[in-house]
Ligand binder design. Structure first.
Ligand SMILES: NC(=O)c1ccc[n+]([C@@H]2O[C@H](COP(=O)([O-])OP(=O)(O)OC[C@H]3O[C@@H](n4cnc5c(N)ncnc54)[C@H](O)[C@@H]3O)[C@@H](O)[C@H]2O)c1
Ligand SMILES: [Zn+2]
Length: 371
């Protein structure tokens, strides 16, 4: 059979089986045959959210003949569904439908569905098969790779979770055409992160093509997706449990999580918060005299060309709240706050910062306020 995919990238996690990420356009038709290659039974639960399900659920369902038992379920759209309550509803549904160890959960959606459905797959019967069909840019380039699954706690994001690897990931870049512009920009937050982490001219590629990328030129978009998947696959294959190099993927995320939590998962979305978080990391790295002048100029220049803005100005009070949230974050160790600092494009490292530095970094974000 001809290979229907533009690219197949393999991830090699420590202590688990390797798995493939199949990337291409209009490739969902391969889902049943890819499943048959795995040792799964005929029982499948496809979990999604209404905006995605409306567009793609029927298409996915129609791929399966009567030999399969396909169950489908939507959870509410948005971060709010990454909760114990929703996970509990899904467990009930799986138990009622007699799902077994060799049954499969398919996550059809963005990072929210992937994290939630992945968490349920990891914990139901101590783990059933999981397949990701990531549909947002963020999910395709980031959350569907590397096995982190989880839900939120009211005291913070992603505090409950597991490392749980999928059987495979099927990434259809053609579905990105229905993603709205804001969500596309969110994905760009992670893409820029990869640009900063990458030492092979990917940042330059982004600088040169940013206008076309923002216009969502399909060929460029596919190149970006492939590049980022490759980069993430390499990193998580080297460091599955985030004891070393994988933590570089948290660039911009400590600040980003604080902004996201502060805005109560509403005003600012993950990828946008990450982009602003990267700006905070640039500021903190400058205060620490770590970042080269060139890198600071280029990163700030690129992010300024992307229409991402803080919904409201930050003042002393807001910043105090943001610091409180950050201190609760899991990356706080022994009262010191560890962050990923930037030395140069392609070179980042862990740094320890004081509250004073965090405060100043947040203040500087006011350059990125709306209006
Ligand atoms: N597990 C990880 O390693 C990891 C990494 C990064 C982020 N995350 C998590 O991912 C989540 C964010 O993911 P996200 O940005 O994909 O958010 P999301 O899942 O909420 O999706 C964003 C929006 O786009 C819609 N959508 C998705 N695909 C679509 C399509 N093809 N067409 C039309 N609409 C579509 C969704 O319905 C939703 O409204 C956060 O919870 C974050 O914590 C996890
Ligand atoms: Zn992220």
């Amino acid at each position: 059979m001809d290979n229907p995919f533009k690219k197949i990238i393999t991830v090699f996690p420590d202590k688990s089986d390797s798995y493939n990420i199949y990337i291409g356009r209009n490739v969902y038709t391969n889902l049943p045959s890819l499943l048959r290659e795995q040792k799964v039974n005929s029982q499948i639960a496809v979990i999604s959210v209404p905006p995605v399900s409306r567009l793609y659920m029927q298409r996915v369902r129609d791929l399966f003949d009567s030999k399969w038992q396909v169950f489908t379920r939507d959870v509410n759209d948005g971060e709010i569904s990454k909760s114990m309550r929703v996970a509990q509803d899904l467990y009930t549904w799986l138990i009622e439908n007699r799902f077994e160890r060799s049954s499969t959960i398919i996550a059809l959606g963005g990072g929210v569905v992937g994290d939630l459905a992945g968490f349920v797959a990891a914990t139901y019967l101590r783990g059933i098969h999981l397949v990701h069909l990531p549909t947002s840019l963020l999910a395709q380039v980031d959350s569907s790779i590397g096995g982190k699954v989880g839900i939120n706690h009211t005291l913070g994001k992603n505090l409950i979770g597991a490392f749980y690897q999928p059987k495979f990931v099927l990434t259809d870049t053609s579905v990105l055409s229905t993603l709205d512009d804001t969500e596309y920009l969110c994905g760009m937050g992670e893409v820029i992160k990869y640009g900063i982490l990458s030492n092979n001219n990917f940042f330059q590629f982004l600088e040169e093509n940013i206008d076309f990328i923002l216009e969502r030129e399909p060929e460029l978009q596919d190149q970006i997706v492939q590049h980022c998947i490759n980069q993430k696959a390499e990193i998580v294959s080297q460091d599955t449990y985030e004891t070393g190099i994988r933590s570089s993927l948290n660039l911009g995320h400590s600040f980003g999580h604080a902004l996201e939590t502060y805005m109560l998962y509403k005003g600012l979305k993950h990828g946008q918060a990450v982009m602003l978080g990267i700006m905070c990391a640039v500021h903190a790295s400058r205060i620490k005299r770590l970042i080269s002048e060139g890198a600071e100029r280029r990163i700030t220049g690129l992010i300024k060309r992307i229409p991402v803005r803080l919904p409201e100005r930050l003042n002393d009070r807001t910043i105090k709240d943001l610091l409180e949230i950050m201190k609760r974050d899991k990356k706080v160790a022994g009262g010191k706050i560890n962050l990923i600092g930037i030395e140069d494009i392609g070179s980042v490292r862990k740094i320890e910062v004081t509250e004073q530095i965090l405060q100043e970094a947040f203040y500087m974000l006011n350059d990125f306020t709306e209006g």
